[in-house]
Ligand binder design. Structure first.
Ligand code: NAD
Length: 417
């Protein structure tokens, strides 16, 4: 096991090793599950508006046992290989949990995207496609957006990739603009998938939505969508936050109104008059009074030092890696049910899978069809997780890792790996 305790990869490693212990895996099998198939590191040299520059480019292809590698690309100054390796491994787990025929990968470019013009970022995206050209493609490795990359970035990568291939290959990238073969429903898929999972939880535990209060940490793509969808279903959103702070309103926040104000470049803290809400700092947000806490911003927001103060009895992890293993132990003791990231936020990759399928069929679905297909996948994965949790007497997170490791192992065994 790695010496680096609490790094994202050490957290991932611990969770896989725990699952391997339950499944009595051999050392060779465990090692295979923890070793990426390939780490590609290269550089892109460009003439940006600042002059001649060089950027580090990398891609971790973790496992293709169950299908082509799949995972996002981030443009980030702290392009940390440890974190990307963990996220690539988590993608393999996530795809296996929801049962889509894809493996796990992740990658990025070391760049502070905020410091560059759109034109420069287009050159970086095209450089990424040139450097990784031989490694990506619809049957090899299918990138998608992640931090500081978006459908426009995917359009540039696809355009460069297709120019090198000399043909149309829309299934090489997902999260594309609709005009280039993107899927309807991809924008809200992560939030929508989380809602479907929460709805299964609520039905299974015979709870009443109208009686449940919800706090959403982070009001970006994942957070704003989940808040709006839950509000529309009758849940009461009592607290929301963004990088500048949070607000609490006992009688409920209108997330559509918050989105409108945020679209003007303001913070959630600017939405209501001072006397209408209680302001909460980001450090206090975890302990806000609510039934369902939905971390949708950064990793490690629920830790040993704040887990005890959490009032929620359900945590729906839309962010990747928001709970440390130490906080998990505290939640177990407090009987807080954590619906883990590898299931809760998997709606995004499921709809990416739908996009890939539609591209390969050259036949496109309506948004309603996308949602009709997404719901049973998320619901079945939730019930599979519950069965494994009951069978082994383990938490939901442990159950998802057991479920996924078992599925990846089965594929590895058939391949003789
Ligand atoms: P985003 O950039 O659209 O939104 C992030 C939000 O978090 C912003 O509102 C930002 O202001 C806020 N934020 C930053 N620091 C904060 C803090 N300390 N406290 C509270 N809020 C803070 O990002 P996103 O796409 O919504 O992704 C959010 C999380 O969800 C990430 O962990 C990401 O990996 C995960 N995720 C997203 C998707 C997706 O499809 N968007 C899919 C899977 C997982």
């Amino acid at each position: 096991m790695s010496d680096n305790t609490n790094t994202p990869f050490a957290n991932f490693e611990k969770r896989v090793i725990d699952a391997c212990a339950v499944l009595s895996c051999t050392d060779t099998e465990s090692k295979k599950l923890l070793t990426p198939d390939r780490i590609i590191e290269d550089t892109v040299r460009l003439k940006t508006e600042k002059g001649e520059e060089q950027f580090d480019v990398y891609r971790v292809q973790f496992s293709n046992a169950r299908g082509p590698y799949k995972g996002g690309i981030r443009f980030h100054p702290a392009a940390d290989i440890n974190e990307v390796k963990a996220l690539a491994g988590m993608m393999a787990i996530k795809c296996a949990v929801v049962g889509v025929p894809l493996g796990g990968g992740k990658g990025g470019v070391q760049i502070d995207a905020k410091q560059y013009s759109k034109k420069d970022l287009e050159q970086v995206a095209r450089g990424f496609a040139r450097v990784l050209h031989e490694y990506i493609g619809p049957d090899k490795d299918i990138p998608a957006p992640d931090m500081y990359t978006n459908p426009e970035t995917m359009a540039h990568i696809l355009d460069e990739f297709e120019a090198l291939e000399g043909k149309s290959v829309p299934g090489a990238i997902t999260g594309k603009p609709i005009a280039l073969g993107g899927s309807l429903g991809r924008g809200s898929a992560t939030g929508q998938g989380g809602v479907y999972v929460l709805e299964e939880y609520v039905e299974t535990h015979k709870l009443k939505r109208e009686e449940l209060t919800v706090a959403v940490e982070g009001f970006g793509n994942a957070g704003s969508n989940v808040a709006q969808l839950l509000h529309a279903l009758g849940y009461t959103i009592v607290a929301v936050s963004d990088s500048r702070g949070g607000i609490y309103k006992k009688d409920g926040i209108d997330p559509y109104h918050v989105s409108k104000v945020k679209a003007e470049g303001k913070s959630v803290t600017d939405v209501y008059k001072e006397e209408e809400v209680e302001k909460i700092s980001n450090d206090e947000f975890a302990s806000v009074e609510c039934d369902v806490l939905i971390p949708s911003a950064l990793d490690n927001s629920l830790r040993e030092d704040n887990a005890d103060s959490v009032k929620a009895s359900i945590i729906l992890e839309l962010a990747n890696g928001p709970t440390t293993p130490e906080a998990d132990e505290i939640f177990k003791k407090k009987n807080v049910h954590v619906i883990p990231d590898v299931l809760a936020n998997a709606g995004g990759v499921v709809v990416s899978y739908f996009e890939w399928v539609q591209n390969r069929m050259h036949f496109y679905w309506t948004e309603e069809e996308v949602q009709e297909k997404l719901r049973p996948i998320m619901a079945n994965a939730f019930h599979d997780m519950c069965s494994v949790s009951a069978q082994h007497g383990v938490s939901y997170r442990e159950a998802t890792y057991i479920l996924a490791v078992e599925r990846i192992l089965e594929a590895n065994r058939y391949r003789g790996r």
